[in-house]
Design a protein around this ligand. Structure first.
Ligand SMILES: [Fe+2]
Length: 353
């Protein structure tokens, strides 16, 4: 059994819940009065509750950027061009693929989930965590196409793992309603073995946070938590989206992690690899790139929508002492097709060298 320690109360919880210092030791679900059917007045209430949960500045930054009119195609984020925000181009890409008769095939490819295994050798891993398995799901975009979600639910149902981590992008669009994504995540989370940890991506609204936490997902919003096994501990941290919202805070996420402990970081995108490596994280798990999603033969991506070296676009990589893994993700964005880049779920296997 994995125990999760609450940093606020310094007490382990067998319920696999997490509490932040902002919540004064309460479980997240106790920090909200979230009702999915709530009206506008209650949404305003959620804004206040997000300030309590995240801190006033983080909540205001996230909500403020979300409220800016439209998501910008050029500028504003870590990289210059944001094709995920260029909605008129999405239809053009779809028509072009339909025109050459590849659309059905691309959609079938999008449901052809692969289960990838990634061994991670760590010299200072506590013996109790040898053989520890982490199911990594990312870029789910659960409201893109119900058939994709059904395939994902079927795939994860048979997997064996100790914890599950979600590295963001649960929603298809980058703006607008959240109900479709929340409903899809509810279906998926019910099929996952607890504990489940999560972070938000550039497609996600912070307004989804109460719903995800109410489902039992332990959201790491520039926070860390301790995983405990037989008295040994390793640390799992997560940051809010660094790609578009740029509200990630590694300093805050790492502040309670002892310098000699094994530490894993969840980040939506690999783009903060330099800062993460020099913050002394041992492992960084991320997604966002989709591995290109529409690739040339041989899996050569046309774009990774990321400001990072190409070798970090998919699979295993290393920067300085830090080991990284960029999952190509389980879902699709912009157009519901994949070519030469099948979707994946990943099982990371921690091994003592
Ligand atoms: Fe993303």
């Amino acid at each position: 059994m994995v125990l999760v320690e609450c940093f606020a109360t310094r007490t382990p919880s067998k319920y696999h819940r997490h509490a932040s210092t902002n919540c004064a030791g309460k479980f997240f679900s106790e920090c909200y009065e979230f009702q999915p059917q709530n009206n506008r007045a209650n949404m305003d209430n959620i804004e206040q509750q997000l300030a309590t949960r995240l801190g006033r500045v983080h909540a205001r930054q996230r909500l403020g950027i979300e409220a800016e009119r439209g998501h910008h195609v050029f500028g504003r984020g870590l990289n210059f061009f944001h094709p995920e925000n260029w909605y008129s181009a999405h239809a053009l890409v779809r028509y072009a693929i339909q025109l050459v008769g590849m659309y059905e095939r691309g959609q079938r490819n999008a449901r052809n989930l692969q289960v990838k295994k990634n061994p991670i050798h760590l010299p200072h891993l506590p013996k109790a965590f040898h053989d520890f398995k982490i199911l990594h799901l990312t870029d789910l975009h659960v409201d893109m196409d119900e058939r994709n979600l059904n395939a994902l639910i079927q795939t994860v149902a048979d997997l064996h793992y100790d914890i599950c981590v979600l590295t963001g992008d649960y929603r298809a669009r980058t703006f607008g309603e959240i109900e479709g994504a929340v409903a899809g995540m509810q279906r998926l989370v019910l099929m996952l073995k607890q504990p489940v940890y999560g972070i938000l991506g550039n497609h996600d609204s912070v307004r989804m946070l109460p719903a995800l936490e109410s489902m039992g997902v332990i959201m790491l919003m520039n926070e860390a938590t301790a995983l405990e096994r037989e008295g040994a501990r390793i640390f799992l941290a997560g940051v809010d989206d660094p790609h578009y919202f740029r509200v990630d805070n590694l300093e805050k996420a790492a502040q309670h992690i002892p310098p000699d402990a094994v530490s894993l970081l969840l980040s939506h995108t690999p783009e903060i690899y330099r800062l993460a490596a020099h913050a002394d994280f041992d492992v960084m798990l991320c997604g966002h790139t989709h591995g290109g999603q529409i690739c040339l033969p041989g899996g050569i991506p046309l774009t990774l929508d990321s400001k990072c070296p190409r070798y970090m676009g998919a699979g295993k990589w290393r920067y300085q002492h830090m080991q990284g893994y960029t999952s190509v993700g389980a879902g699709t964005s912009i157009v519901n097709v994949r070519f030469n880049c099948p979707p994946e779920v990943t099982i990371h296997h921690l091994l003592q060298v």
